[in-house]
Design a protein around this ligand. Structure first.
Ligand SMILES: [Zn+2]
Length: 370
C-alpha cells in the first residue's frame, strides 16, 4: 500500500467568479508560488457551487496516509462526516481458542480488507474467564474500549467463524450504503442448522431488520458505544444473553440488520450456558470439563494448507512473502483465482534464455553481437 501522504483536494478549473469582498478567490489562495496545489478537503469542487464563498467559508486541510484514505475522505465530504481514519475496522476476536481453519480464514479476510481499501487490524482479546464464559462481558467490553481508540468500526468475532476474504468489505459497504449502525451476516451453523438470528429470515433474501442475532460475527459503528462510557456495555453473568443486549441497543434506537446474502459458516455449534443446568449432573460436568480442556489447548493458527509458505513457527500470516529457495530474496506474490503463487523475478530473469523479440530487437538480456 502506498504510504505517501497525499493531499486530498483538487482545485476547480472553471471560470472564477469575483469575490464580493475583493479577496482573492479560494482557488487562487490554494495555489502556491511554485504552482503546487495545497492540500484541501471539505471544500473546492466537492461543493455544489465551488464559487459560493459563503459555503466555502470553512476550509479543512488534511494529509492522508494512503490513496484509499484520500478517496474515502473525498466521499465523506459529500455523503457523510469526516473521521480520522475513515473505514478503519478494529477486528476483535473474543479469545484465541481458534477452531480448525478459523484463524487462517479470518487472517485472509483481514489481509484482503487491507489490500482493498480498509484500514483493519485483528487482535485477540485475552481470555479473562476464570471458568468458561464467566468474563465474556469483560472481554467484549475490552474490545469496545480498544475500538474506541479511534477506530470507526468494531468487528467482533468469535474464534469459530469461517468468513470469506471479502466478507468484511461487503458488510461495511452494505452498512454504509443503508445508513446502519449494526449489521451481521447470515451466520450458518452447518451442524444443527439452527437459525441464529430472529425473527428468522431466509438465506439469500436481502437485508432485514432483526431483534437479535448470535454474537459470532457483528459489525458496529464504534460511536454507538459512546452511550456507555468506558465501554461498559456488556454484562457478565451468563444470563446476560443476546436478547438482553439487543434490548439495550434498541432502547437507544439502534435496530440491527442481517444481510442474508453474506453467509458466514461457523465451525462449531453455539453454546447456551443457561441451558446447561438442565442437563444431568454428570453431563454438566462433562460439558464444562470439555470446555475447560478446549480452553487450555494451544491456539490453532495454522494455514489452510500445511505447505503454505506464508507461515512462521506454525502461524499463518498472509502478508509474509517467502524467500526464494535459490537466492533467498523475498519473492513476488502473484494472486490467482484460487490462491496465490510466488515468483522470484531475479532468478527468473537470470534463468531466461537469450531471445529475440518479434520486432527484431535484441532484448537486454542478450549480449550485443558486434
Ligand atoms: Zn531468487
Amino acid at each position: 500500500m502506498d504510504t505517501t501522504a497525499q493531499p486530498s483536494g483538487t482545485v476547480a478549473t472553471t471560470a472564477i467568479v469575483p469575490s464580493p469582498n475583493g479577496a482573492k478567490p479560494l482557488e487562487q489562495h490554494l495555489v502556491a508560488e511554485s504552482g503546487q496545489i495545497m492540500p484541501l478537503t471539505m471544500a473546492g469542487h466537492l461543493l455544489p457551487n465551488p464559487h459560493d464563498m459563503l459555503k466555502m467559508a470553512q476550509v479543512g486541510v488534511r494529509y492522508n496516509v494512503t490513496q484509499w484514505e484520500q478517496k474515502w475522505t473525498m466521499e465523506r465530504a459529500t455523503q457523510g462526516w469526516d473521521h480520522c481514519r475513515p473505514k478503519s475496522v478494529y477486528i476483535a476476536a473474543i479469545g484465541s481458542h481458534w477452531r480448525e481453519r478459523c484463524w487462517a480464514r479470518v487472517s485472509d479476510m483481514l489481509h484482503y480488507s487491507n489490500q482493498n481499501g480498509l484500514y483493519a487490524q485483528l487482535v485477540e482479546i485475552q481470555d479473562r474467564c476464570d471458568v468458561p464464559y464467566d468474563a465474556m462481558g469483560v472481554m467484549r467490553n475490552e474490545a469496545i474500549l480498544k475500538a474506541m481508540n479511534g477506530w470507526e468500526f468494531l468487528c467482533m468475532i468469535d474464534t469459530d467463524v469461517l468468513p470469506l476474504p471479502e466478507t468484511l468489505i461487503r458488510l461495511l459497504n452494505r452498512m454504509e450504503s443503508d445508513g446502519r449502525s449494526i449489521i451481521v451476516p447470515y451466520v450458518d451453523e452447518p451442524g444443527t442448522q439452527k437459525v441464529l438470528h430472529g425473527p428468522e429470515q431466509k438465506k439469500f433474501s436481502g437485508v432485514h431488520p432483526i431483534r437479535w442475532a448470535v454474537l459470532s460475527f457483528m459489525l458496529f459503528r464504534t460511536s454507538i458505544f459512546n452511550a456507555w462510557p468506558g465501554g461498559m456495555f456488556w454484562d457478565n453473568p451468563r444470563g446476560a444473553d443476546e436478547g438482553y443486549h439487543f434490548q439495550k441497543l434498541y432502547s437507544l434506537g439502534h435496530i440491527p440488520v442481517v444481510d442474508t446474502d453474506i453467509v458466514v459458516p461457523t465451525q462449531s455449534a453455539p453454546t447456551y450456558p443457561l441451558t446447561v443446568k438442565y442437563l444431568s449432573e454428570a453431563d454438566q460436568k462433562k460439558f464444562w470439563d470439555m470446555k475447560e480442556a478446549w480452553r487450555r489447548a494451544p491456539p490453532d493458527r495454522r494455514p489452510l494448507s500445511p505447505g503454505d509458505p506464508r507461515q512462521r513457527d506454525g502461524m499463518y500470516l498472509p502478508f509474509l512473502k517467502p524467500p526464494c529457495p535459490q537466492c533467498k530474496k523475498e519473492m513476488r506474490e502473484i494472486p490467482l483465482p484460487d490462491g496465490v503463487t510466488f515468483k522470484c523475478d531475479a532468478c527468473a530473469q537470470a534463468a531466461a534464455q537469450p531471445s529475440i523479440t518479434v520486432a527484431g530487437e535484441v532484448t537486454a538480456s542478450v549480449p550485443a553481437i558486434r
